[in-house]
Design a protein around this ligand. Structure first.
Ligand code: PRP
Length: 186
């Protein structure tokens, strides 16, 4: 039996950085950690659109206690592979934060600009607590002092897609995290 030819989209991807199994195992560990802190706090999990939706949906299904979710949309990258440095709030929350234990859920922290700006905005609404949980973090790319409270994986400075992360809206659907070939976006 011959080897099936690669699909067009596969030619953009250099390698798999995190397999589906690695991601799912780490999400389960993170959920156990979060349960220790939030089980009795009826937390509000806020997903940052769009990249966080896959992580948020996997994570919340492993948190077997009462919680609520909400969504916010900040845009910093547009269709480029580099951060513009500009953070805009494009969709606001539907819930009040005052007195709530809030956990921001992100797919990736890169420069830290998005979460830093978002945390500043949300603190003005006086939550009882505000913490950050991200699946991926690139510490070498940080431009502001932003240390997430819960980190799934620290990764090198590679352009990655999949498990919610995109390049120009492509590849969010991949169940794993893959590295994009530089020639695909340069
Ligand atoms: C990505 C990611 C974070 C942000 C991180 O979002 O989901 O929100 O960039 O980058 P930073 O730490 O340098 O600010 P993006 O703007 O690409 O939108 P998306 O989630 O809709 O893909």
């Amino acid at each position: 039996m011959g080897i099936a030819p690669a699909a067009d989209w596969e030619h953009d991807l250099a390698s798999v950085l995190l397999t589906e199994e690695q991601i799912q195992a780490r999400v389960a560990e993170m959920a156990a950690e979060l349960a220790d802190e939030y089980r009795d706090k009826h937390p509000l999990l806020i997903g940052v659109l769009k990249g966080s939706i896959v992580f948020l949906s996997d994570l919340m299904r492993r948190l077997c206690f009462p919680l609520e979710i909400d969504l916010v949309c900040c845009s910093s990258y547009g269709h480029s592979s580099e951060s513009s440095g500009e953070v805009r709030l494009r969709l606001d929350l539907s819930k009040e934060l005052a007195g709530r234990h809030v956990l921001l859920v992100e797919d990736i922290v890169d420069t830290g600009l998005t979460l830093s700006r978002l945390c500043d905005l949300l603190r003005e609404r006086q939550p009882a607590s505000l913490k950050v949980c991200c699946l991926l973090s690139k510490p070498s790319r940080r431009e502001v002092d932003m240390q997430p409270d819960y980190v799934g994986f620290e990764i090198p400075d590679e352009f990655v897609v999949g498990y919610g992360l995109d390049y120009a809206e492509r590849y969010r659907w991949l169940p794993h995290v893959a590295v994009v070939k530089p020639e695909a976006y340069r």
